[in-house]
Design a protein around this ligand. Structure first.
Ligand code: ADP
Ligand code: MG
Length: 653
């Protein structure tokens, strides 16, 4: 006699059921020759399925040895067992176990995908098998569009696509009507005649009678093992070849598997569109938030800095008061014109502009409004970067002669002279009780100078002191530092000088460089804070992905079981779920980037002078982040799926 294709030696399988253990197989010894057609019968619960699962390497014995073509399978690792199932065994289940999201043809191709077969060859073979089994016209149908008999034929085609020297069928006719069952049996007999080894589990004596050998189980023991009259033994039985069972397809095979995993992930996503979208939403919001926040932070920092640069560089401003925000600053009258004159005599100071200010009402032809009256020197406008829109500015003579000349800002022009051709130039307005003639209008500036809603007018500081405040104290002294002197050195010198003059330090100095630095670091801190919040939302999105993937895994446990039964490796399952998580996150990431860009565009259109832009770097980083989230958070569920026990997964419904 030839070597047995299947040999069991005192195989025992116990299941833990609570505290006791159920013996499903009780020291079964059995050997089957290549090309035999064996029926395993017995009443329900006698251990038939348990035996078949062990034969198909879906389950492992508790004790005893099982050899396939002489190879002890307990010495094989998970991948080799998967290869054995994929390349040499073909499973047929009572409930067909086709994957509902795939067409009949695609179901047939699954084992070939895991074998790394080329798409064209796979398709051709599947078509050929479906034609042979009489269901080629149902190739594009979903399992739920097929009758039971048709589904079982599709599942037989799936069993055969990689060759299948051994066919294992668990109650293949159990769910079929008489006629369909008869046809399936005919197919099995035909496969037997071709030399395949067929093992059928059945509780139907008529079905068993078609085999040439009947093994009967009772309470996990073989109670009879006999031959029937049937004699259609094939002349050339096919044995399972002892080629390495853990052959890994090369690069091209691995690539094909990856491509198929992506396709399957897309199919799964299409089948659960809403769920996939909701999962993506977390990522979309997270990525959009992070990239918008970063871009907005950069844009506002750029804008603030450009506003500050309109303050002019190399200027410092001295204010009365012990510190910024000193509540008594208004009462400190020690900063006076003499201080300004003394500072003007210093070499390192290129220009001095004393300023005073007060507020009063402005009236013109019955209109009235509050106004901020600024008393300034002639170089004030230049230092502050203000531009003249119309007319002229006042000069040194106007200051010396305490002239009542006024330069108005754009808000004042709009309020009083909106319809006036002259823009107010040459008109006389009343500031409190003082009539003043308008000589110039300064242009509206974005951001910095005169951008708020208040009205401001500018007069010679001498005029304001004489006509409004009535003393020599100043609101501030604006100093322009010579180009060759550092602002900090100048600031130190001014501090020393004024402290000596006042015998105390009752003034503060504002340095534009300081402001710039403060604002930069403030916006950076803010951007960092908001980015941190955005990152948290990304993590939450990632956890959402993980959640959904876990749900997806537990929903598809029986699918995973089927895939493993037809030969998927752990790495195939891992890959499938990982690819799905990664696809969801990276598609979500791309959508998030698009949302952020649209948002930036809208902001750019809505807020003039604001320039939100996305660097390639930040887009790339956002994309990589979202993909990374998919991989990181998808890994745990995917691994969980990959390490499922095939029988446990299969029996889940
Ligand atoms: P059959 O297929 O002949 O109806 P099974 O092989 O399914 O019988 O089951 C044989 C015995 O093993 C039964 O008593 C059954 O309850 C028990 N059994 C099968 N699978 C499990 C399991 N996963 N856990 C616990 N007991 C099991
Ligand atoms: Mg059973």
């Amino acid at each position: 006699m030839a070597d047995p294709i299947i040999a069991l030696e005192t195989v025992r399988r116990e299941f833990a059921a609570g505290d006791v253990s159920v013996v499903a197989l009780d020291d079964v010894s059995l050997s089957i020759q290549p090309g035999e057609m064996v029926a395993i019968i017995g009443s329900s619960g006698s251990g038939k399925s348990t035996l078949l699962n062990i034969l198909g390497c879906l389950d492992r014995p508790t004790s005893g040895t099982y050899r396939v073509a002489g190879q002890n399978v307990s010495e094989l690792d998970a991948d080799a067992l998967a290869a054995l199932r994929r390349e040499h065994f073909g499973f047929i289940f009572q409930r067909y176990h086709l994957l509902g999201d795939l067409s009949a043809g695609e179901n047939v191709e699954i084992p070939a995908i895991y074998a790394g077969m080329k798409a064209r060859e796979r398709r051709a073979r599947a078509e050929q098998l479906l034609a042979r089994l009489g269901v080629s016209d149902r190739r594009g149908h979903r399992p739920n569009q097929l009758s039971g008999g048709q589904q079982q034929r599709v599942s037989i085609a799936r069993a055969l696509i990689n060759g299948a020297e051994v066919i294992l069928a668990d109650e293949p006719t159990g769910a079929l009507d008489r006629r369909s069952g008869e046809e399936v049996l005919k197919i099995l007999k035909e496969l037997h005649r071709e030399g395949r080894t067929i093992i059928i589990v059945t509780h139907d004596a008529d079905v068993a009678a078609r085999a040439e050998r009947i093994i009967e189980l009772r309470d996990g023991k073989i109670v009879s093992d006999r031959r029937t009259e049937t004699t259609d033994t094939p002349e050339r039985p096919v044995a399972v070849s002892r080629t390495p069972w853990d052959n890994v397809p090369g690069w091209s095979g691995a690539l094909r598997r990856l491509r198929e995993a992506s396709r399957m992930a897309l199919v799964a996503m299409a089948a659960h569109r809403l769920r996939a979208f909701l999962t993506m939403l977390g990522i979309i919001i997270g990525i959009a938030a992070v990239s918008s926040v970063v871009a907005l932070g950069n844009a506002s920092q750029r804008k603030v800095l450009s506003d500050i640069s309109s303050l002019g560089t190399n200027t410092i401003e001295v204010f009365p008061g012990k510190d910024f925000g000193d509540a008594r600053a208004g009462k400190i009258k020690t900063l006076v014109l003499d201080d300004a004159r003394a500072l003007d005599r210093q070499d390192f100071i290129a220009g001095v502009t004393p300023t005073v200010s007060t507020s009063t009402t402005v009236r013109y032809r019955g209109n009235e409004s509050n106004v901020l009256v600024n008393g300034v020197g002639e170089s004030y406008f230049q230092v502050k970067g203000a531009k003249l829109a119309k007319g002229r500015l006042f000069d040194t003579d106007a200051i010396r002669n305490i002239e009542r000349q006024v330069v108005i800002d754009d808000n004042t022009r709009k309020t009083f002279f909106a319809d006036d051709q002259t823009s107010g130039i040459g008109r006389v307005i009343w500031l409190g009780k003082v009539p003043c003639r308008i000589v110039g209008v300064i242009a509206q500036q974005q951001g910095g100078f005169g951008s708020n809603q208040n009205l401001s007018v500018y007069l010679p500081y001498t005029t304001v002191q004489a006509q409004f405040t009535g003393d020599h104290s100043l609101r501030s002294i604006l100093l322009r530092i010579s180009d060759d002197i550092s602002t900090n050195l100048a600031q130190d010198a001014v501090t020393t000088m004024l402290t000596q003059r006042h015998n105390t330090r009752d003034f503060v100095i504002l340095n534009t460089d300081d402001i710039r630095r403060t604002i930069t670091s403030t916006t950076q801190t803010l951007a960092f804070l908001v980015a941190a919040i955005a990152v948290i939302s990304l993590v939450v999105g990632g956890i959402g992905v993980m959640n959904i993937m876990l749900v997806s895994v537990s929903e598809r446990i029986s699918e995973i079981g089927v895939r493993m039964a037809v030969g998927a490796r752990r790495s195939d399952i891992l890959q499938q779920f990982l690819v799905e998580a990664t696809l969801i996150s990276s598609i979500g990431g791309i959508a998030g980037i698009l949302v952020a860009m649209l948002l930036g565009l809208a902001i750019n259109l809505a807020v003039p002078g604001f320039e939100v832009s996305y660097s390639t770097f930040s887009i790339g980083a956002a994309f990589l982040t979202s993909t990374g989230i998919g991989v990181a958070f998808g890994f745990f569920p995917a691994r969980r799926a990959a390490f499922l026990d095939p029988v446990v997964a299969l029996s889940r419904d």
